[in-house]
Design a protein around this ligand. Structure first.
Ligand code: NCD
Length: 304
């Protein structure tokens, strides 16, 4: 039985296969419409979500399966004090596979140690978000045609942004990747992620001003300042509008830039950018459903 806790649980070859399956699902949805007939996915969301939860649910429905679950901790027995390990042991009796989001870093590892069915980490605190990364890898392949030889700018809250952490770990395995880490001093990438980059001999630079580097990027990955992870509101208010990507800044960027964002967006991309063909973030959200279909099939061991 396989779980997906960290993006590095998957080899590059397995990721390639998932991308291939997702592309085939997009091209031939009817071929996959019944591969999960009779199977159930439980979505256990102890933290809010729109895209991740609903795309998992839509993915399972499109494969012919059913879904059950909860969308907030307050409507589960966590509110009575039940541990996450007890919850997944019980839900494992009702469902064939579980997607779980939790505010505590490491909760999915603890859950997986007792879970009788495959468990997918759908985001754990400020730590990891492997299925967003699968979505991002499919998006990069679709938009840029390759996963190597890229200059990737990551901008915003690089300290608490779990999507950034998983994406750096994933992209560090491809050839000729350079990261440009754009953040206020207070929201830099955590040391342990930098250590991974050093270990993998991946080139990166840290800067504060987006304007100084935007013209050098193949990909610009914008992120929201993660209000829920701040210790005090004043710091959030001071830092929340550190970066706003607008049409003026887009003029300084390359014609083939790909702008990504895991969403939700707050202020960090102005709405006027949405109509720029380089804005890929809504396409990115769409790709999320297909790659999750491919992942569910893989972990359940079903084929078309
Ligand atoms: C992200 C998350 O939950 O980490 N959203 C998502 O899953 N698409 C990013 C965020 O909340 O800022």
């Amino acid at each position: 039985m396989r779980h997906l806790i960290d993006i590095l649980d998957l080899t590059i070859e397995e990721i390639d296969q998932l991308i291939e399956t997702a592309e085939d699902i997009m091209a031939n949805p009817a071929k996959y419409a019944h591969v999960c007939d009779g199977k159930k996915l439980a979505t256990l969301f102890f933290e809010p979500s729109t895209r991740t939860r609903l795309s998992f649910e839509a993915a399972m429905m499109e494969l012919g399966g059913n879904v059950l679950g909860f969308s907030e901790a307050s409507s589960s027995s966590a509110s009575k004090g039940e541990s996450v390990c007890d919850t997944v042991q019980v839900v494992g009796c009702y469902a064939d596979i579980i997607a779980m989001r939790h505010p505590k870093e490491g909760a999915p590892v603890a859950a997986a140690s007792v879970c009788p069915v495959p468990i997918i980490n759908a985001g754990d605190g400020g730590h990891n978000h492997p299925t967003q990364t699968l979505t991002d890898l499919l998006t990069i392949r679709k938009e840029k045609g390759r996963l190597n030889q890229l200059v990737i700018g990551l901008c915003g809250d690089l300290q608490f942004g779990r999507t950034v952490h998983s994406l750096i770990n994933a992209m560090s395995r491809y050839k000729s990747i350079r990261f440009v880490l754009i953040s206020p001093n207070e929201l830099k990438v955590p040391e342990y992620i930098k250590e991974n980059m050093h270990r993998d001999k991946v080139s990166y630079m840290e800067v504060e001003r987006l304007e100084d580097v935007i013209g050098t990027l193949d990909i610009l990955y914008m992120t929201r300042v993660q209000r829920e992870r701040f210790f005090n509101e004043a710091d959030y208010v001071r830092l929340k509008d550190s970066y706003i990507l607008d049409t003026e800044k887009m003029k300084m960027a390359r014609k083939d830039l790909c702008v990504m964002h895991p969403l939700p967006r707050v202020n960090e991309i102005s709405r006027a950018v949405d109509s720029d063909p380089r804005a890929a973030y809504f396409r990115q959200a769409m790709y999320g459903k297909y790659i999750r279909e491919a992942l569910i099939m893989k972990l359940l061991g079903v084929e078309a």
